[in-house]
Design a protein around this ligand. Structure first.
Ligand SMILES: Cc1cc2nc3c(=O)[nH]c(=O)nc-3n(C[C@H](O)[C@H](O)[C@H](O)COP(=O)(O)OP(=O)(O)OC[C@H]3O[C@@H](n4cnc5c(N)ncnc54)[C@H](O)[C@@H]3O)c2cc1C
Length: 486
């Protein structure tokens, strides 16, 4: 590798000397930061590099799909993905003709677009910067990040070695961790699908194969929608420990209801009381309960910040499942599918604890001690899917590059088990508790600090703040050029 460091004379160089930013992960979060940097900064070609193994930027786990049965869970007008232009996506849907080609998009008085269409919209936003070369997409998975000669060195699995002044970690959602009871009996069984979001994960399932799904959240409902769309018609069991299925979206439009920021609650219990009070108010006034959860979402970061760590942990322990079932709601198209399937007996929900698993030749038998009485129910299926959602508790362990940074003391786990620890400027917190000035944690990985940081509008807002911080950083004394594997 040839690395040349050119001293810059500030007085003779009219070009701002902003060095290279490397973004690890090019899902919605990483691609949005790259776009905002390119839009508002003065970069030379290839100075913003996004390492992302997928063929296209902006898709990530949620949107990188061409399955038309997978829709956004949120109405298009609420997908405020472009800072400063909240209606950009709705406009694009009409202008691009995508809405016309998707007759099933309108439901309950709103548009619930296909997820693949959202990815296409976002891809169009970043395309000019890819074409100009300001943003470089390198199709590699980052394996190692470390410090070298005062810079970051980033190594990809395809041989790329980059040096950068700033690194943004936007690796997003880790894979789910299979429930222990299932993994211990099925870990090497080909009928055990541990990550159903992978492309082609469901292809081997035949229409009349029974399916047991561990998990009953939106990921599980995605699997149901994808299976039924490919004419699968056998029984599907949705198993969960708590039985909280995602709730439906409300019909029509509504305003958020409730002000939680006046005398903001500082305990889990006082927060719960305030939510119950707001729910009583909306019920009495004939408003949808969803309006209270919209208010909680809008004010979520301030509410979270007002809670001491121990109270945040209490919220997660006691309220999380119920909250998530109401916060992460299913789109009307999926709610209709679930209702139809339940009525026809094709979809069965089952709550409790797995007490026995027996992989047989034809079927996998699963016994469940059901809630509330512990009666044992027997289930049998040809396939078992793990749809328990991303395991943010193990995110550092799931990635070599993050585990390496942790070993160097430059990255630490979030103490609430929600991803990676960072401060309110999104800078990673080192082992000594101090922020690492040039290492940013972006997107849902930073949820522990911010609380509400899963949906597109909140991520877009964080991306904007991170981009502003990077642009405000000064690297005015040297410009580093790295020549290798680009
Ligand atoms: C199924 C699903 C549906 C959702 N639907 C909605 C919705 O309708 N509306 C809404 O507002 N929000 C929705 N969300 C939430 C939200 O939009 C996402 O969580 C958001 O897309 C997060 O993006 P991300 O880029 O941080 O993570 P990801 O989408 O997980 O992307 C991370 C990217 O990093 C890459 N990567 C990982 N490790 C490495 C590495 N070592 N080196 C290089 N690259 C790496 C991965 O390939 C991936 O593409 C949904 C989320 C999910 C999971």
């Amino acid at each position: 590798m040839l690395r040349i460091t050119l001293p810059l004379q500030k007085q003779v160089s009219p070009v701002p000397t902003i060095s290279r930013v490397v973004i690890v992960g090019g899902g919605f979060t990483g691609a949005t930061i790259a776009r905002l940097l390119a839009l508002h900064g003065q970069y030379w070609p290839h100075e913003i590099v996004v390492l992302e193994p997928r063929a296209h930027l902006c898709g990530g786990l949620a949107y990188h799909t061409d399955d038309p049965s997978l829709r956004l869970n949120v109405a298009a007008h609420r997908m405020r993905a472009v800072p400063g232009d909240p209606q950009a996506f709705v406009r694009w849907l009409s202008n691009s003709g995508r809405l016309e080609r998707d007759p099933g998009a309108e439901a309950n008085g709103a548009i619930y677009a296909r997820r693949g269409d959202f990815a296409a919209f976002m891809a169009e936003q970043i395309q000019p910067f890819l074409e100009s070369g300001i943003v470089k997409h390198l199709r590699e998975r980052v394996e190692r990040i470390h410090r070298r000669h005062g810079h970051w060195q980033i190594e990809g699995d395809g041989g790329a070695i980059l040096q950068a002044d700033v690194v943004v970690v936007a690796t997003g959602h880790p894979p789910p961790t299979p429930p222990r009871e299932l993994a211990s009996h099925l870990s090497s069984d080909p009928r055990f699908i541990t990550n159903p979001s992978r492309p082609d994960a469901l292809h081997a399932i035949r229409p009349n194969d029974k399916v047991f799904v561990a998990g009953a959240g939106l990921t599980a409902l995605d699997a149901v929608a994808a299976l039924r769309a490919r004419r699968h018609h056998a029984e599907i069991t949705l198993f969960s420990r708590t039985g909280h299925l995602p709730q439906p979206q409300a019909a029509g439009d509504f305003a958020p209801h409730g002000d939680f920021l006046i005398g903001v609650p500082n305990t889990a219990l006082s927060l719960l009381k305030r939510v119950r009070f707001a729910l009583k108010e909306v019920t009495e006034n004939g408003l949808p309960w969803q309006s209270v959860f919209e208010a909680l979402r809008h004010q979520g970061q301030a509410i979270w910040r007002a809670l001491p760590l121990v109270e945040q942990q209490r919220v997660l322990r006691h309220l999380r499942r119920r909250f998530e079932a109401h916060r992460f709601r299913m789109p009307p198209q999926i709610a209709d599918l679930v209702d139809r399937e339940k009525a026809a007996g094709g979809l069965r929900a089952c709550t409790g604890r797995i007490v026995a698993v027996q992989p047989g030749r034809e079927e996998i038998a699963i016994d469940i001690a059901t809630k509330p009485h512990g009666t044992v129910e027997h289930r049998a299926a040809q396939w078992v899917l793990v749809a328990t959602g991303p395991d943010h508790r193990n995110v550092i362990g799931s990635q070599g590059c993050l585990a390496g940074l942790e070993r160097l003391g430059l990255l630490t786990k979030d103490p609430r088990g929600l991803g990676i620890a960072c401060d309110h400027d999104s800078r990673a917190l080192a082992r000594d508790g101090y922020p690492v000035e040039d290492l940013f944690i972006a997107g849902p990985l930073a949820r522990g600090t911010f609380g509400e940081l899963t949906g597109v509008p909140e991520i877009a807002a964080q991306a904007e703040r991170i981009a502003q911080q990077i642009l405000a950083m000064s690297f005015a004394t040297t410009r580093t050029i790295t020549i290798r594997s680009m």
